[in-house]
Write a protein that binds this ligand. Structure first.
Ligand code: PLP
Length: 380
């Protein structure tokens, strides 16, 4: 079945007999047993709920995984993931990680005795040189946030295989519509479902997708024990969002390319980071491992004054955190997503007072360009 069909019909596993075309919201915490020792298949909603199950089955199919677990947020998914590891274990992660994941690894995981090395995972030799006997996993975000650096998933996967490490990929930015990490050799996929999967800036959600039954069993145990599961209503919103994932991704990407090309021609813009531009250093590897480039752009303006004015004068585009929804959003990574990353580390990555990140939504690209143009124009 084609991806776009799976987005709409991938979850048909529920025994509802009413004929409802839209999956019912089973707003129940618990389920009655027909007899002693018997179960309808549902016992308690932390373990499984019929609405959430529809969502999880769909996401597992979209990512070509054996199982998917829906969490109450992306960070809840990452926090549960880290429960796979024990004190003394060592993890290698992308140095250009989502700010919240960076904070989790640095504060909570470290406190729990897990050593973390952050390296530029687009350089495979750096990964290899950091592997030691306690290393258990490599966590990669590609393209990275906000610098849009691309990691070669298949290449990292062969390093992981050789050293018996888990490869975990955060696929939030491209979604399985454009990139399928499990088919490229990853073991676990992470998502902030708050972003493109939900797609409407209205729900927090997260996912872990397991490649095989063994990993599914380990993660399910953590999932049911720690309990950050997605509610039936939010599961329904995610099911509804995913139905239009293919069309949204296509259209948002189309607009992003147009806007990236326009930004490049502006005098007050110093650099545009978008993997869909042939001038991007990772353009070729992106084309090889993904079927698209997504709709996230970061760009550097000519000074912090310009950055501030742009943020204050956009009107259609909203100055807000998050990404991937139908509404276009612009963020100031230095003050928002990456505020907790030490200044030195941030600057070294290019996350400075001139860098802005744009999530291109579903508005007409020309209207978005006009909005950026008027906001930049006021700087003249
Ligand atoms: C937003 C985000 C997260 C965290 O997800 P929440 O739903 O906000 O908890 C993790 N990874 C990436 C790449 C993100 O963009």
């Amino acid at each position: 079945m084609d991806f776009s069909t799976l987005c709409i019909h991938g979850g048909k596993c529920c025994c509802d007999t009413s004929g409802a075309v839209s999956v019912p919201i089973y707003q129940s915490a618990t389920f009655a047993h027909p007899a002693v020792g018997q179960s309808t298949g549902y016992d308690y909603s932390r373990l499984q709920n019929p609405t959430r199950e529809q969502l999880e089955v769909t996401v597992a199919k979209l990512e070509n995984g054996a199982d998917a677990m829906a969490f109450s947020s992306g960070m809840a998914a990452v926090a549960a993931l880290m429960e796979l590891f024990s004190p003394g274990d060592h993890i290698i992660a992308s140095d250009d990680l989502y700010g919240g994941s960076h904070r989790l690894l640095h504060s909570i995981s470290r406190k729990n005795g897990i050593a973390v090395d952050l390296v530029n995972t687009s350089d495979c030799s750096l990964i290899t040189s950091h592997i030691h006997p306690q290393t258990k996993a490599v966590l990669v975000e590609t393209p990275s946030n906000p610098m849009m650096q691309v990691t070669d998933i298949a290449a990292v996967s062969s390093i992981c295989r050789a050293h018996n490490l888990l490869l975990i990929v955060d696929n939030t930015f491209l979604t399985p519509y454009f990139q399928k990490p499990l088919l490229l050799g990853a073991d676990i996929v992470v998502h902030s479902g708050t972003k493109y999967l939900g797609g409407h800036n209205d729900t927090l959600a997260g996912f872990l997708v397991a490649k095989d039954a063994g990993l599914s069993e380990r993660l399910r145990y953590i999932y049911k024990t720690t309990g950050a599961c997605l509610s039936p209503f939010d599961s329904w919103l995610l099911i509804r969002g995913i139905k239009t994932l293919s069309v949204r991704m296509e259209r948002q990407q189309q607009s992003a390319l147009k806007i990236a090309e326009w930004l490049r021609t502006q005098k007050s813009i110093r650099a545009v980071h978008y993997a869909g531009l042939p001038s991007h250093p990772d353009y070729e590897i992106s084309k090889r491992q993904a079927s698209g480039f997504g709709a996230m752009i970061s760009f550097e303006v000519d000074g912090s004054e310009t950055a501030r004015r742009l943020l204050e004068h956009v009107s259609l585009i909203q100055y807000a955190e998050s990404l991937g929804g139908v509404e276009s959003l612009i963020t100031y990574p230095m003050l928002q997503t990456h505020a907790d990353v030490p200044a030195e580390e941030r600057e070294a990555k290019g996350i400075n007072e001139r860098l802005l990140r744009l999530s291109v939504g579903l508005e007409c690209a020309d209207d978005l360009i006009a909005d950026l143009n008027q906001a930049l124009g006021r700087n003249a």
